[in-house]
Ligand binder design. Sequence first.
Ligand code: HEM
Length: 443
Amino acid sequence: MLTRPPLAAGLPLLGSALALRADPLGFLLEQYLDLGPIFRVGALHRRFTVLAGPAANRFAAREGDRIMSGARDWATFAREVEAEHFLAGVDGPLHSQLRKIIKKPYSRRTAQAQLPTLVETTRRAVSARPAGRVVVVREFMQRLVAEQIGQITLGSGPGEVFDDFVVFMRNLLNAVLGQQPLFTLRFPAYRRSHRRVMDLARRLVAEHQADKDPDREPDLVDYFLAAIEENPGLISEGDLLIGVVGPYLAGIDTAAGTLSFMLYALLRDPALLARLRDEVDQTFAAGPLSAARLRDMPVLYATAIETLRMYPVAPMVPRHATCDFAFAGHRVEEGEALMLATGVAHFDPEIYAEPHRFDIERCMHPRNEHRQPGAFAPYGFGAHTCAGAGMAEVQIMVTMAALLHFADIRLAESDYRLHTTYNPSPMPDDAFRVGFSLRRAEA
Ligand code: HEM
């Protein structure tokens, strides 16, 4: 017989709220191990049903597009940016049409065509730091990733608007996810950053419209402008502006967070660091980086995959039920708020041996633990699976390879132990700082 899913046991609402804010993934993992793959959480004004673990991932991958939607969850975001059709909040054929527009400029292939850009931006970021100067890893990675994403998808980086992206994105996402009250979106600092981000989007559109060079390789803005010409009713001005700066919003914290965690894991394991650096140096010695050479870097690949497993930067995605359905013997009603805790499976001890240990061998032949069904979902699944996953993977691998090739990197405080903050994306705290010393000035 189907019953209502149980409420998270033993924790009062305030306890849940505090635990969710301090360590959402850790909290949901604990509930999963205690209660199973479906449970309900109440945290002050928020109530939602959580689907977690490998069986939930398999179920959502199979059925999610039919019985769940993110439309209601992204409505605040869409309203705030005056978008009529915000990608994450639309479903069905309209969503497919919108995904088609960004498919090429967001693709793995586009990133592969820009490998020299990824290497050079990294080399410059390292060389620009005077020897002995210490940097906050989070900020270093965010600036580098933003520059790369801008150059690859839009033809130029964010320049002085970088800080505004961070303020805009952090406040808006926190408000959308219920981590801060909506009225904070009326605060002057947020409004100023919002305006400057949209001004940048307008400027990019105007520059692309004025640039008639037929030999220029089309980028994301050109693809949007072509789609508007083809189907004028499909994209409003708000859709266009948020679409143009979309790569910054979706990519900065995610790729920068992953690179920061990856660097931490490497600095904590000198043997792994040396093994990876050998592979990297050999690859650079063989000639310029290419897609084929990148595919032939098993240690780099496994380190990136193990980072995405152990430090998932988007470990849960909000949805609501669009119809009544049953999962694991429990009934969910139409309209219920859901949280797909995709990252919980990454720590299931039945899937991963010693899941809290960073161990790249588990992502290599013959173990391949992450290949088990439902075991690994850093990019989500279904129709809304991350549109930038291929690009992100190339960016993360090349940037880390270039960092290790060009610089020796040491912890500023040798006894630093990771402390993750959620704002809302997980990120090492600002006490994670490193110093660089140049190993070589050229590739
Ligand atoms: C390590 C890096 C990244 C991770 C872990 C990540 C993860 C995710 C996740 C979990 C989702 C939500 C999936 C869902 O709702 O089911 C998502 C959506 C999305 N991501 Fe990423 N992402 C990363 C980097 C990027 C980058 C670099 C870009 C673009 C340049 C990007 C663009 C997008 C877009 C456009 C969506 C919305 C897709 C849709 O709703 O159809 N992501 N990402």
